[in-house]
Design a protein around this ligand. Sequence first.
Ligand code: URP
Ligand code: ZN
Ligand code: ZN
Length: 466
Amino acid sequence: MRRLIKGGTLVDHRGCYRQDLLIEQGRIARRASEIAIEPDMAVIDAGGCQVMPGGIDVHTHFNIDVGIGRSCDDFFTGTRAAACGGTTTIVDHMGFGPAGCDLHHQLARYHEYAGGQAVIDYSFHGVIQHVDDAILDEMASMVTQEGVSSFKLYLTYQYKLDDGAVLRALQRLRQVGALATVHPENDAAIRWQRDIFLREGRTAPVYHALSRPLACEAEAVARMINLASLAGGAPLYIVHLSNGLGLDYIRLAQRAGQAVWAETCPQYLLLDDSLYLRPDGMQFILSPPLRPREEQDALWRGLADGSIATVATDHCNFSRQQRLTLSGGDFSRCPNGLPGVENRLALLYSGGVASGRLTPSQFVALTSARPAQLFGLWPQKGNLNPGADADLVLFDPRRSVTLRHEAMHDNGDYSPYEGMTCRGWPVLTLCRGEIVCRDGVFSGQRGHGRFVRRQPFRATAGADSF
Ligand code: URP
Ligand code: ZN
Ligand code: ZN
């Protein structure tokens, strides 16, 4: 069936256009100022709406096993929630596997988790738990044969890498055409402070934030930037940036021409560390933690000036019940992570576009085009050009919605954004031409989502080369 989207304003990362858009066989077939309706076309009236490339969330954790528990969204419920918020592709960060496992081990696991479950398209970032010759030798085939062209390194948590391992990994990833993504926090500094708090019996949620101050993150950001430079200019992507000092280091490197990109998340733009003082503060435990309010302004400036390239969610959903049971009231035993995959676009649109901080095209760049370019999904995804997948979201800028978890589609029991009002709302989502959500009603199908083999990394520093 052909679908015609009529009467809307098309928005891509370069501009806005009053055009109709025709979909054939799941792809964008044509755009023109007027496309005549023909009998075999199903028409979608987009009057008053902005028609954008579907969102690409390059940071989720579905079905992740964190040792003490498993997150409550799997690839069905997680992608269902994503679809209902206008996201049409996710790239999930694989969790750690058994000690000593190879890169393909977790890839096979994750294919089992997502295959036949996802309702929108998906891919995975590899995870590097240790570095030896065998792991380094495996990287090339992950990129060229498996279509996995980005990998995550952790500087904290169970499988943190030391500087030597980071250097070896960065150098090889550069050689094989992969992008290194990193969780940057100084593990020793965190442990030092956390152990003091625990010895003193300070286990309330606020001590989670106080044990991981922003200097821990900023130090690790700066270190990673320098290690990437030492590794021959390895491309580097900083995940979930939460603060302005880290951003200053990133800007410094970008101005010097280094291939460094940064991602932030709605929680760091809209929530702050005062939430840890609430009785339900355990609901906001994630790493890096929420920061003082002034950091939000620095991040918004980074979005506006382009020094932050993407907005993802880091969706890692542990229910209130899981948090209470597992933590027993002790922040150091609480599983880390927040839900949010359904609300990313609405929150960023409201706080960014409706508030006048971002143009609609910047919004598309941050949520879809740049993620596609950096993670090897372009030009199949992230744009509205003929030939691209018909992954689309229709945004109605006139619609205001107050967020309530009861209307969401994840498998958890709360939203960190409960009660916030969003100006502008995703009213229709299409994944490869199929309607997966309309007006908050999910209409997709389990298993409709396909694994996307991503291209090797090829973006160039500081330039929009696409
Ligand atoms: O607290 C968080 N962010 N949990 C998810 C895993 C990670 O660090 O990205
Ligand atoms: Zn992380
Ligand atoms: Zn994460």
